[in-house]
Design a protein around this ligand. Structure first.
Ligand code: GDP
Ligand code: MN
Ligand code: MN
Length: 253
């Protein structure tokens, strides 16, 4: 299997109201089965999921954490405003968003937008991916999978990687359970997070700073079967349980 990864070059600085599917389709001749990967940052900018810090009034809690971290309290408030649940306040804010993602500082970004503005993660990235997939189909007639990514930290290892936060047209998990290995052993627990693996390499192609490549197309990944149950339920999530049950406390510690 040969997989081609095609960066989408020449996209402008994205603003609210920009038609992302149209802008991408002007630059890429899609084929059936392609997977379009978009950085959440441009999806959010196109939909106006951004905030102006000057319009945010920080709470006392945000002021306190901002003093500790030498941060702008309005930025800290924007992080709290996105969180459904705050898992950790110290040594950094780790929070769960309403759509299920757990991320450092609720995934709020100050990079790749004008001073004084922040970029939020989209509130419904699954719906966003579905909408983009439908629009690409309307424009090109091609059946294209879509993944919306964000750069995320991870447990146990240094270094950020791309994670899928929304996807459409492909299952998140490639389910290997009940498949057999080279020696005929039945695999009992292997579920591969296909969308995150693609998101990770897409993030590598996009870069993090001034590269100006917020999208990439994967060609030749093939199809797989599985399911979309990517997020652990709280009862299954041993890391979350351990964090929240520490003696020094999770949030508020
Ligand atoms: P995130 O991982 O979704 O938070 O996005 P990043 O801020 O890391 O940006 C990913 C890539 O997209 C980098 O190459 C940025 O330079 C690029 N990028 C971000 N915003 C824009 C934009 O509005 N237009 C273009 N052309 N590139 C952008
Ligand atoms: Mn980000
Ligand atoms: Mn990034």
């Amino acid at each position: 299997m040969t997989i081609q990864v095609i960066p989408v070059k020449g996209l402008p600085l994205i603003r609210k109201g920009d038609d992302l599917p149209a802008l991408v389709c002007e630059r890429i001749a899609f084929r059936d089965g392609d997977i379009l990967v978009l950085a959440s940052t441009i999806y959010s900018k196109s939909k106006g999921f951004t905030r102006n810090l000057s319009e945010i009034t920080p709470s006392e809690r945000a002021e306190r954490i901002a003093r500790r971290d030498r941060e702008d309290p309005r930025f800290v408030q924007s992080v709290f405003d996105e969180a459904k649940d705050v898992l950790l306040e110290h040594p950094f804010i780790l929070s769960e968003l309403p759509f299920g993602h757990i991320g450092v500082r609720s995934g709020v970004d100050r990079s790749n937008i004008e001073d004084g503005m922040v970029i939020l993660l989209p509130p419904d990235p699954m719906g966003g991916a579905r909408e983009i997939r439908d629009q690409v189909q309307t424009i090109t007639g091609k059946d294209v999978g879509v993944i919306i990514t964000d750069t995320c930290g991870r447990a146990f290892r240094r270094g950020q990687t791309g994670n899928a936060i929304g996807w459409s047209g492909l299952p998140a998990i490639r389910d290997y359970r009940h498949d057999t290995d080279l020696f005929g052993h039945e695999l009992l627990i292997t579920e591969e997070a296909g969308v995150d693996e693609i998101a990770g390499f897409a993030n590598f192609v996009m870069g993090e700073s001034h590269q100006g490549i917020p999208a990439a197309v994967f060609r030749g990944c093939g199809r797989w079967t599985g399911h979309d149950d990517l997020y652990f339920r709280p009862s299954e999530d041993v890391v979350r349980k351990a964090l929240c049950n520490r003696p020094e406390g999770g949030a508020g510690g």
